[in-house]
Design a protein around this ligand. Structure first.
Ligand SMILES: C[S@@+](CC[C@H](N)C(=O)[O-])C[C@H]1O[C@@H](n2cnc3c(N)ncnc32)[C@H](O)[C@@H]1O
Ligand code: SF4
Ligand code: SF4
Length: 363
């Protein structure tokens, strides 16, 4: 038993590889095979995962449904209800392309944090082109506004958040997106740097990357280089806006790290330690568990309890590999100790957690 190891704080249920979009930034839709649905964990298997996690982590922890598109699983509400009955808090990502018939159900469900992947606000074409489906902008805006209306009518506490990738095509949309969130009194917005789309493979075909010898593809390096000057100006503006009270979830630490990255991407490899090995616990549609989504599975949760996976030799190997890793996905939001779920926690819960850390000498 490793006594210094904390329990994970970022728990993700990637409940399906399936997706109806064809995002230019993501390879999941290209790599998913036809028979994946039959191989996914069943509803009962996911429920067992939830109760095993509850036994290990206790009440009140958060997890996030992601994928693929999580709302393509018909049982998402049944799983959310079950999690709620165990005292577990539920968040979800969505592309919002196929949820038009689900607005009422979503607002009535125990999902406490719904994170819409919106790429642009002023120019619908940027969103549609990045998502590879015409009409996706119209659908996601309809979903955000209708769910917000229902939330107000029903006095629901569901958090409505925006998740945005920052890349050359949408740089001029970044500030207007923050303004959109503030103007419409949504809960907040989180930015994520564009990562290598090869890292976004469907889990059914995913192989571990050679993380210690990774080199960034030339085309991606050029993309970052060309956007760097403007990106730094925009990040500076985001820092100002956050100080002025706009609900930007990225920490100052992450925003500063983004600036270092745009100045010279390689600096990040020395300056930012990747901590996913001690924070992340991601379960794929088939039950395989990863601490780092670019490394091997540490075992299958169908056969082994989560606490055993967390402490096993494969997890330890993964933690060791993070030390020599040369990949840039350390800039993604999962490596910074905030996610949407955490941000929906009440201020008092955050203060108590911080105080506990100070008292136990962990801060
Ligand atoms: C893989 S998706 C899964 C959930 C859902 N399908 C969605 O798009 O919201 C999770 C998040 O990753 C983002 N994403 C996709 N490709 C990315 C890339 N190359 N770099 C960084 N984030 C990316 C998406 O925009 C989304 O916010
Ligand atoms: S980013 Fe999300 S919506 Fe886009 S293809 Fe990947 S899984 Fe689907
Ligand atoms: S940077 Fe972190 S998340 Fe990315 S491959 Fe390395 S260890 Fe994994």
């Amino acid at each position: 038993m490793n006594n210094t190891l904390e329990k994970p704080q970022q728990i993700t249920f990637d409940i399906t590889d399936r997706c109806q979009m064809q995002c230019v930034t993501c390879s999941k839709w290209k790599t998913v095979s036809a028979d994946v649905m039959q191989k996914e964990l069943t509803t009962e298997e996911w429920k067992k995962v939830l109760s095993d996690l509850r036994n290990w982590l206790g009440e009140g922890f958060w997890f996030c449904f992601s994928g693929g598109e999580p709302f393509l699983r018909q049982d998402i509400f049944e799983l959310a209800d079950y999690a709620h009955s165990l005292g577990i808090k539920v968040a979800s990502m969505t592309n919002a392309f196929s949820i038009q018939h689900l607005y009422e159900r979503i607002v009535n469900s125990p999902i406490e944090s719904l994170n819409f992947s919106l790429i642009a606000i002023n120019n619908p074409i940027i969103h549609d082109e990045s998502r590879g489906r015409e009409g996706s902008y119209e659908k996601i805006i309809d979903a955000i506004m209708e769910i917000k209306k229902l939330k107000e009518e029903k006095h629901s506490n569901i958090g409505i958040n925006i998740a945005t990738i920052m890349f050359p095509e949408n740089l001029e949309e970044v500030i207007p997106l923050v303004e959109f969130v503030t103007l419409n009194r949504l809960n907040g917005i989180m930015f994520q740097l564009l990562d290598d789309k090869e890292s976004f493979q469907a889990y059914c075909v995913r192989e571990s990357s050679k993380t210690s010898v990774y080199t960034m593809p030339k085309e991606l390096r050029m993309k970052y280089k060309n956007m760097s000057k403007r990106a730094i100006e925009i990040i500076d503006r985001l820092i100002e806006m956050k100080r002025a009270g706009h609900s930007i979830y990225n920490s100052y630490e992450q925003l500063e790290a983004m600036k270092i990255f745009f100045n010279n991407p390689d600096d990040i490899l020395h300056d930012i330690k990747c901590d996913v090995g001690s924070t992340n616990f991601a379960i794929d549609p088939y039950g395989e568990v990863r601490l780092c989504f670019n490394m091997d599975s540490v075992g299958n949760i169908k056969d082994t309890l989560p606490e055993v996976l967390w402490e096993n030799a494969e997890s330890q190997k993964c933690r060791n590999l993070t030390k020599s890793c040369k990949m840039y996905c350390r800039m993604l939001n999962c490596n910074f100790k905030h996610n949407f779920a955490n941000f929906n926690k009440s201020f008092s819960v955050k203060c108590i957690n911080k105080l506990k850390k100070i008292l136990t000498g962990k801060l």
